[in-house]
Design a protein around this ligand. Structure first.
Ligand SMILES: [Zn+2]
Length: 217
């Protein structure tokens, strides 16, 4: 029997990060989240979150935003080491991105990906913070994968691809976008929230309002 872990991470991603699992509970809930962060030696007041509206909007945040939710965006980016960034998911893809000095947390569902949130994020790294794309590392957290993510035929036009068994492969789409943008260090934990449902909340599985938290410290 596999032991359920309280959080998962990618060992090759060089910066402190993780995605919580079902074992840590619904981290959308403030009390549960604060207790969880404290148990990990982290300060809840250092966390910045987005309200997540399935947009492609990125906001640059800083110490002044610590402890707050940022409106009307699905991506947060900062050069401020005193804050940590988080993203809630339950099937959508959490992306954590950094070059060591700049860090970002991105909520990437099909809509945000379609609208260009991946491109927008890398653009901010390059043009606002003068980061070389070769220095960027990307963590792809647990999300609903091509084994389980059934969609309509219209997604073939949206993403200019051919679906296999009507299944959408979000990680492949994001991987290809990142590669085309020049990003080479991409680390995918390779976990599906839908068919590994004893580990993860899955919105498609049961319309849950509970969420995992992915965090970059
Ligand atoms: Zn699956």
């Amino acid at each position: 029997m596999k032991i359920m872990e309280e959080f998962i991470f990618h060992q090759n991603f060089n910066y402190k990060h993780f995605t919580s699992t079902i074992l840590s509970g619904n981290l959308k809930d403030k009390i549960t989240r604060d207790n969880f962060l404290i148990s990990q030696g982290l300060r809840p007041s250092d966390l910045v979150l987005a309200n997540q509206v399935h947009s492609a909007n990125i906001k640059i945040v800083g110490n002044i935003d610590s402890g707050n939710f940022i409106d009307n965006c699905d991506g947060l980016i900062t050069n401020d080491k005193s804050i940590m960034l988080g993203v809630f998911t339950a099937d959508c893809m959490p992306l954590l991105i950094t070059n060591g000095t700049i860090k970002a947390a991105i909520h990437a569902g099909w809509k945000g990906i379609y609208l260009g949130i991946v491109e927008n994020t890398i653009e901010v790294f390059k043009n606002k913070f003068s980061v070389h794309v070769k220095d960027i590392e990307v963590y792809i957290g647990p999300h609903i994968r091509s084994c389980c993510y059934e969609v309509g035929k219209n997604f073939e036009d949206l993403f200019n691809l051919k679906l296999q068994d009507n299944k959408l492969d979000l990680s492949r789409i994001v991987f290809n976008k990142l590669k085309n943008l020049g990003v080479v260090n991409i680390f995918d934990v390779n976990k599906c929230t839908f068919c590994q449902g004893s580990y993860f909340f899955s919105y498609r599985q049961n319309k849950t309002s509970e969420r995992m938290l992915s965090l970059i410290v």
